[in-house]
Write a protein that binds this ligand. Sequence first.
Ligand code: B12
Ligand code: SF4
Length: 439
Amino acid sequence: MKILLIWPNSPAELMEGGDLEAISEPIALEYLAAGAQLDGHQVKILDLRLHPTDLDMTLNEFAPDVIGVTAYSMHILSALKICLRAKQLLPGCHTVVGGHHATLLPEDFFEPQIDFIVCGEGVRPFRVLLTSLENNRENPAIAGVWTRRDGTFVNGGPPSVFLIDELPLPDRSLVAADRQAYFIDWMRPVALVRTSVGCPYRCTFCSLWKIMEGQYIMRNIDAVVQEIAGVQEEFVFLIDDEAFINGPRMLKLAQALKAAGVYKRYFAYCRVDTMVRQPGVLAAWRDIGLERLFMGVDAISEKNLLEYNKKIKIAQIETAFKLAADMGIKIFAQFVVNTDFTQREFKQLRHFIEHNRIEYPSFTVLTPIPGTQLLNNFDNVTELQPNGRPNWDLFDCQNVVVKTSLPKEEFKREYVNLYHSFAGVYQQFRRGVNRMAVN
Ligand code: B12
Ligand code: SF4
């Protein structure tokens, strides 16, 4: 069968937040493609973030039997439109959606233009589904998949166990023509590699431990070395939820990469306390090319750290910065801007960044992402669709979707000012920072 896998783009009017200025390889689709090709299907990937006007042409020319669309929350309304368009142009085409939002809130996809919703890891159920469709079984019951049957959606049972080492390597060749365009700030072109998935921590604003039901799953080290060795890009972003949690394993991986002569310019997520606990592991990674860490500082008051269940102390944050500086590892420090911030907290945050000479601060608005305790219901969400569900287009962690302590316009102004205050830092990388506007 012919399978078209699609990465949606944000609505054009939201581009200032929306797709931000970081567009990386569609690795979820590359995994799905690799799986589908094992069964002989012909697969194409369309990345609408890079080719926003190519949908109709690709549907008409490729005429897929099945389209598969991935979506973070901020892309789900676009995903619904894509599936609707596919049904209009190719009425016989099956539509499948998957990803984080589909896993946590599948009901947002209970629409006539959607045929199947895949929850959790997708390679295995997608392969099973394609085989069923090929054999003309249109309403199969598949673990982890919701199927539209007589106008309602039926669940095929809980997703099966996530066997990470059974996944094929992502097929990067399908986006060969786009690879030069994938970037995150200073990293261009950048490749994404996953060495583990899940996280043992329980931060309240994060959905990752929920989606993995608390599991932390690690890949075989040799397979990771083989994958990184085969990546053509110099920049590699380890997209583990928290890469360095298991220090001994990461030390072994660094040693194995070194022994294989694989040197890249690495970027990875790292908790403050992970760095403080095991600087030796980070030093080993620095020696094979670790350049910068994405460190979730998130809060600068003990009160907020407690509220977020971060399990770190302010003193550890300062120690982590110092250790990183001593080792020559740069820090991309992430701060959550709480919607209860007043002028005082905004000022304190600016002061904290200046005082600690944080070279590269980054901000997100505290957002009730599906799967977090912040979104047990929609009572606090101020940005709604006419059907009463949240306006998911705005769930990019840059827009404000809940009540704020400050008047909303003032909050937005202060938030944008944070970026402006540190604009010098970004100018070399982020051409668009001055375009950020209060909307
Ligand atoms: C790497 C990453 C990024 C990178 C690169 C993203 C890219 N490719 O361009 C960067 C840094 C740019 C980024 C940015 C953002 N990110 Co991000 N990111 C991630 C991270 C760490 C890994 C994602 C990933 O590629 N995983 C590996 C792939 C293989 O897994 P997967 O996507 O889950 O796909 C599997 C299944 O879900 C399923 N599946 C997925 N799609 C489909 C489709 C079909 C048809 C089927 C059958 C199955 C299926 O099968 C896949 C294969 O197993 C995740 C955390 C996580 N653990 O997922 C957050 C995550 C996806 N990001 C998140 C967010 C919020 C953002 C931002 C909005 C935040 C911000 N403002 O900074 C931006 C938005 C950027 C954008 N415009 O797209 C959230 C999304 C939550 C949500 N419900 O929407 C996550 C889950 C983190 C979190 N804290 O909760 N991100
Ligand atoms: S924010 Fe980071 S440390 Fe906290 S639960 Fe999520 S992935 Fe784990």
